[in-house]
Design a protein around this ligand. Sequence first.
Ligand code: GLA
Length: 384
Amino acid sequence: MGALEVREGFIELYGAEPEGVWAAPGRVNLIGEHTDYNDGFVMPFALPHVTTAAVARRDDGVLRLHSADMPGGPVELRLDELAPESDRGWTAYPAGVVWALREAGHEVTGADVHLTSTVPTGAGLSSSAALEVVVALALNDLYALGLKGWRLARLCQRAENVYVGAPTGIMDQTASACCEAGHALFLDTRDLSQRQIPFDLAAEGLRLLVVDTRVEHAHSGGEYGRRRAGCEKGAALLGVDALRDIPHDGLDAALADLAGDEEVARLVRHVVTENARAERVVSLLESGDIRAIGPILTEGHASLRDDFRVSCPELDLVVDTALASGALGARMTGGGFGGSAIVLTDTADVPTLTKAMEEAFTKAAHTPPRVFEAVPAAGARRLA
Ligand code: GLA
């Protein structure tokens, strides 16, 4: 849905013009999974799928939220009553952003918000971050808060961690806020320094497919938090601030120190090798060798499946089927426990691969996956 329709939806709903229309995208992550809360490296890129918001300010301390994708009329909240973990529904994300802005001392006195989204929900494609970032960007512009890039992303992460109560890292919000069309974003989550890496698949005769398994994932659920706590325990046992501080050539020594705590050792092995994979991928992309990243993506999947243990049978089936059909590489993307996988393939192999995927899912009696091509798109922006 374009800016015009969202604007019209706003007028119908609230009986007045919005002050503007903004969009923020979902993302896929190319490499660097479960590294962001370990101060490590990630490399997401934005999808063309966006959450769009028409917004107008209010000065009476009221926040009205409406989504064209949800049943019912606007939800009305009082700003002075917003409280962490008081809301379990979708409105917790935008309300959390308003809460986080006010808690950081920004003067936001209310808003009317009308939203619509093309980012699939529960698919590991960061629909939550898109929702947070679009609202944050709109309020930033309307209230002239002067927040940009990672500062906006940090506030959205705080909304998600504290208000929603999901202990996620900084990757998704930064991807939605900062990505650029035609590029992957190489982000050092320790100091939030960024490099935009040109990522032109078509020029190399390649495609990147996203395969949404339709197995819904959730991050406020305990498994994500348990992995995070396990990583923090590993860092504490090894006497470092974060697992980022264990260099790849120090891995064997670290694992020897962790002998006796097999579970933590496996988490540590994933994070240390994954950071190394992210660094290898970035240097291959910078030297123009996209094809060579395929096997590294696949290695990443094996590590997430066997060491970090966040895959699921459907994600493994995507990866196995893709590789058996000639893909250059494949891996789950995002938090895991369901959601989506990415597949790097020659353009000519796309039809065979898509067919093989459908057949494999039918044979295994899984719900058919949703397969689409991902081209790196723009980050959050004002549309009107
Ligand atoms: C989710 C979280 C991110 C990140 C990934 C795993 O998407 O929101 O912060 O931890 O999982 O890489």
